[in-house]
Design a protein around this ligand. Structure first.
Ligand SMILES: NC(=O)c1ccc[n+]([C@@H]2O[C@H](COP(=O)([O-])OP(=O)(O)OC[C@H]3O[C@@H](n4cnc5c(N)ncnc54)[C@H](OP(=O)(O)O)[C@@H]3O)[C@@H](O)[C@H]2O)c1
Length: 508
């Protein structure tokens, strides 16, 4: 790959401002070069799009890890200009260089997650009388503009008579309401008859007191009966430090709200990612097991989920009624196939179909449909016996990737499973345009991230994963009609049909 003419920090900066603005549909004047990139709501795929476009611009592939260390445009463009200069100097001196596509020269910072798991000592639920809320009148929910949050709203509207107060990032109440309605519409679950029961609360998880001001915080603390905390920043590229405010400190503020004036049970959406430490590889982990190992959890996102669940457990030990719900990857609605098309798995599947190859790896499709996850959370949260417990919403019978590939072939897509190294080579040599989503994911997929120089796909191979039991969860759901839809070719057909209908996938 050859280097392009000449780039300074100033022109890289201008390029980043205009491309970021375009990516997130803002005007260039709205971009602040000192603002952290994650505050623009940049998701992992968008971050990768920026990295890929930068590669085209500069003529070398910047490490995605740069975003870990230089998280705003000012510092990032400075560093990129230096890197450009270093590479130009090497090229001028005629010294042969390898492309750095699989070379991470920036080590992620070492974090002691245990030391991060400290709950503000002023959060003291034990000073208040215990409660079990059978029929809540007022529910507080975070994450209502997200994928799972939308389905939680739907379920809560149907299973309770409560009004749902939704924390939403917006300029004002009207914009907040529009955002919530638009999100529900996008998943085809908007129902006008429930309009008045959805109440926006403008705020931000990453701010003290959820960014809603002391007075409104007190009003909510007085009137809310129960809390569902589903909001979080899901970004697989940003480091712990960039996600901590929303995911960890935001959870602390939710626990503070729950522990003021009167106790409010907190139903917290965690993730099976809390078991990502290699210490659990190959081991059976059950719902109520302690999860003290954090060493080797690599993604910043997973690190924040580990710490946040620890905070919830500390609050529980101080007397707060809580339930903890750990979904695996959440797939689309099993009835309609509607899903979050921007999620990592959909982008991967689309990219592999376009490429014609899947990697032949031992990987389990560790995913549960969103209708199952939302119904299970709401049902379990309403059972008195659930209080204090954790639930693994793991699919009881996950399917191997090889089975998915078979189904995809049977739908008429011409795909083949090839050895992983060969697949990586295909990705490097033959995926050369942003038309294939794998192109933008390339840095993420090919970079060697861990101490052992493993790529992200390596880190999620079956041999590196624990066996996550969901027996207690299935037992707790036994009295309901809620069953996790089996992963079958019919389910995949439903998903594929939706993806074709929306134009995300082309017909085989
Ligand atoms: N999706 C999965 O496969 C999966 C798997 C396991 C666990 N989970 C967990 O499930 C929960 C929901 O995930 P999801 O798939 O629904 O994610 P999502 O679609 O990305 O939605 C995230 C939600 O959190 C909100 N949020 C993010 N930062 C915020 C902030 N600073 N202040 C206020 N709200 C903020 C977002 O609001 P904006 O609209 O303003 O961005 C959005 O409503 C998360 O806790 C996640 O960790 C998800």
């Amino acid at each position: 790959m050859s280097l392009k003419p000449s780039f300074t920090a100033a022109n890289i900066q201008a390029w980043l401002v205009s491309n970021l603005a375009e990516l997130i549909s803002l005007e260039a004047e709205d971009i602040d070069i000192q603002e952290n990139l994650e505050n623009y709501g940049l998701d992992s795929a968008q971050a990768m799009i920026l990295v890929s476009k930068l590669e085209k611009l500069l003529g070398f592939q910047p490490s995605p890890l740069l975003l870990w260390h230089y998280p705003n445009i000012a510092s990032l463009s400075q560093r990129l200009a230096e890197e450009f200069q270093e590479k130009s100097d090497v090229q001028d001196s005629g010294v042969e260089r390898q492309t750095n596509i699989v070379t991470a020269n920036i080590a992620p910072p070492i974090l002691d997650l245990k030391a991060e798991a400290v709950l503000d000592p002023t959060i003291r639920p034990d000073a208040l009388p215990q409660v079990f809320v059978e029929s809540p009148k007022n529910i507080f929910l975070t994450g209502g503009t997200g994928f799972l949050g939308a389905f939680l709203i739907k379920e809560l509207l149907q299973q309770t008579n409560a009004d749902i107060y939704c924390l939403v990032r917006a300029a004002d109440i009207q914009e907040g309401k529009n955002k919530l309605v638009k999100n529900l519409q996008s998943y085809a679950i908007w129902d006008e008859q429930f309009n008045s029961r959805i109440v926006p609360i403008v705020g931000d998880l990453s701010q003290p007191l959820l960014g809603i001001g002391a007075e409104q915080f007190q009003i909510l603390a007085t009137n809310i009966d129960t809390i569902y905390h589903s909001g979080a920043l899901l970004n697989y590229v940003f480091p712990y430090s960039a996600l901590k405010a929303a995911n960890v400190l935001g959870t602390q503020e939710v626990l503070r709200l729950a522990s003021q004036i009167k106790l409010k049970p907190v139903h917290y959406v965690s993730s099976v990612a809390i078991f990502e430490s290699p210490v659990y590889a190959g081991k059976l982990v059950k719902e109520q097991d302690d999860f003290n190992h954090w060493e080797g959890i690599f993604l910043g996102y997973s690190q924040t989920k580990w710490v946040a669940e620890k905070l919830v457990k500390i609050a529980r030990d101080r007397g707060l009624p809580v339930t903890i719900h750990r979904p695996p990857l959440i797939s689309g609605d099993s009835e309609t196939g509607i899903c979050n098309t921007h999620d990592f798995i959909n982008l991967m599947v689309k990219g592999c179909l376009q490429m014609g190859y899947f990697p032949d790896v031992e990987y389990m499709m560790d995913m549960s449909p969103v209708d199952y996850v939302s119904k299970a959370i709401v049902y379990l949260s309403m059972q008195k016996e659930s209080l204090g417990k954790a639930f693994n919403l793991q699919h009881p019978q996950p399917a191997p990737l090889s089975t998915l590939i078979k189904w995809v072939k049977s739908f008429g897509y011409p795909v083949e499973a090839i050895p992983y190294e060969q697949w990586q080579a295909e990705l490097i040599n033959n995926v050369s345009s942003v038309d294939n989503p794998l192109y933008t994911l390339r840095p993420f997929l090919l970079e060697r991230w861990s101490d052992e120089q493993l790529t992200i796909p390596d880190l999620y191979l079956q041999a590196k994963r624990p066996h996550i039991s969901c027996q207690d969860t299935l037992h707790a759901l036994a009295g309901s009609s809620i069953v996790c839809p089996p992963i079958t070719s019919e389910l995949f057909m439903t998903y594929t049909a939706y993806l074709i209908q929306t134009g995300f996938l082309s017909v085989a």
